[in-house]
Write a protein that binds this ligand. Sequence first.
Ligand code: SF4
Length: 344
Amino acid sequence: MDPRLITIDQTEDRKTSQGKKVKPDQLPDHKPRLGISQCLLGDTVRYDGGHKRDAFLTDVLAPFVDWVPVCPEVEAGLGTPREAMHLAGDPDSPQLLTIRTHIDHTITLQAFSQRRVRELQESDLDGYIFKKNSPSCGVHRVKVYTEKGQPSKQGTGIFSSAFQKAFPLLPVEEEGRLSDAPIRENFIERIFCYRRWKTLFEQSRISRGAIVQFHTRHKYLLLTHSRSHYHGLGQLVAKAGGYPPGELASRYGALFMEALKIKATVRKHVNVLQHLAGHLKNQLSAIERAELQETIQDYHRHFTPLTVPLTLIKHYVRILAIPYLVDQVYLNPHPKELMLRNHV
Ligand code: SF4
């Protein structure tokens, strides 16, 4: 039977010519666990008794992750409702003050943060989404006031600051920034990658073969971020036998997560798409090759989103069951229901 006559659904249970089972996607076995500022889930924990429910998080992302909600101010015992607070003083070491009565809650929040961050070490987190602008939860450009009441946007919330020091590799974002499509895509890609990396190194006896396979599966995804990181990781994998498993895990993880933070550009995606098209070219007709090139060029010129050439490539990869490509994470880095890679 001509393999190209097999439908996409039929490929679910097929094997490649090397006997390897074709998987429908490359998602981890269980959902990523995300810490989250509790008010973003719609819980009424804000200083004014309200919430800041975020529809994307609660309606779109929620089915694909497990939440670990934290409200630092409520859990530290400040109650709801409570007087509004802001950061003041030195942006590198700010105080947390109530705005009207100037009560200093810095030590309370710092002590709470240290304790809660230690507890979260046991929560198996794969990322964290913080509420923007909050003196406890904000990550970027939180206002810090001078004695004269002048604000500068140079601060980080007390809790989010302690959290990021304790979890330097963990993907962290603010809900406000997640409305930017490339930032959203990058964050979600990183939490699924972090989950896969942890799953790999959680195995009691990790083999060098498993690490090589992990690295190989992430090749094209890494190349859309940083070629030099991909090569650095390859060198690390080549010397895998020289490291104790724990050290290898932390070295690989640090470089892997650093790579994924580097912005994926249209140019880098086009480069990867052309590599993938190269793998397919001998099995496509002249018309199919031309059509594929046209979709890649349309994406390059910002006429269509990435999902257009990728859908065509994924179609060919699945019906042709090309062994090296079927497992590439780049083709399915996150659930399709999230509708990512859909912007121009
Ligand atoms: S921003 Fe943080 S501290 Fe403020 S209500 Fe939300 S979760 Fe609580």
